[in-house]
Design a protein around this ligand. Structure first.
Ligand SMILES: C[S@@+](CC[C@H](N)C(=O)[O-])C[C@H]1O[C@@H](n2cnc3c(N)ncnc32)[C@H](O)[C@@H]1O
Length: 219
């Protein structure tokens, strides 16, 4: 059977070549539901950097949280279990349906939406916005547009926590998922936003995976 990441790359390549930067996500989730194929990023557990960030704080965050590109919902469920009022969204209706049937009693609200054109009422509406690995699966100008859109959904006093693969500017762009450069993180810095913490780490593995865990705050 084809390697799940190679398969995702092939779907991404075909979709982008058709001029559709995001159509392949629904295709992949649908195939996975139908044929039981693995999806490379699905681990059915909360993001470990979100967990570390949450438990490294003196006080739990509160208020409204938004989870971007929520996949199968594990990050949303963690935040909901901590008492946040959670909206989690994904561009893939199949992924969103999966969340709803996986967590039928969840207080989290699962919604189909496009980060590049979010509902207007989400502007400036969330105390915490969590983004993991969505910017890096988008091509070209959509990456900065995605980061700006995410930043635009944070309320005054709120935080964006963003996790991504990273690369140095001089390194090759590589294959999907395309790691972010330090410069690309600046797209989150819309007026009122500042970078309040940046961890640059290398996750052990073969090969090791460099990552950013970036916290932005809005004043
Ligand atoms: C690499 S996956 C990461 C999923 C999840 N955040 C995680 O860490 O497991 C990227 C997710 O973003 C979703 N996505 C891609 N483009 C999107 C867009 N324009 N708007 C909303 N979701 C999007 C995909 O369907 C997919 O679930």
């Amino acid at each position: 059977m084809e390697d799940p990441r190679a398969h995702a790359r092939e779907l991404a390549r075909e979709s982008i070549a058709r001029g559709d930067a995001t159509g392949w996500f629904e295709q992949l989730y649908r195939e996975s539901e139908r044929d039981g194929l693995a999806i490379s990023w699905v681990d059915l557990a909360p993001n470990p950097y979100l967990v570390e960030w949450l438990y490294g704080r003196s006080a739990s965050p509160s208020g409204r949280a938004l989870v971007v590109g929520c996949g199968y919902g594990d990050d949303a469920e963690l935040l909901a279990a901590l008492g946040l009022e959670v909206v989690a969204f994904d561009i893939s209706p199949t992924a969103v349906d999966h969340c709803r049937s996986r967590f039928p009693e969840s207080p989290a609200q699962y919604v189909v939406a496009d980060v590049l054109a979010p509902p207007p009422e989400w502007t400036g509406a969330f105390d915490l916005v969590f983004e993991a690995y969505t910017v890096q699966v988008l091509p070209g100008a959509a990456r900065a547009a995605c980061a700006r859109s995410i930043a635009g959904m944070v309320a005054p006093g709120g935080i964006v926590l963003a996790v991504a693969r990273s690369r140095r500017q001089e390194d090759p762009e590589g294959l999907m998922p395309w790691p972010l450069t330090r410069e690309e993180l600046d797209a989150f810095l819309i007026p009122g936003m500042r970078l309040t913490n940046l961890r640059e780490l290398v996750e052990p593995g073969d090969p090791p995976v460099p990552r950013f865990v970036a916290e932005f705050s809005r004043h």
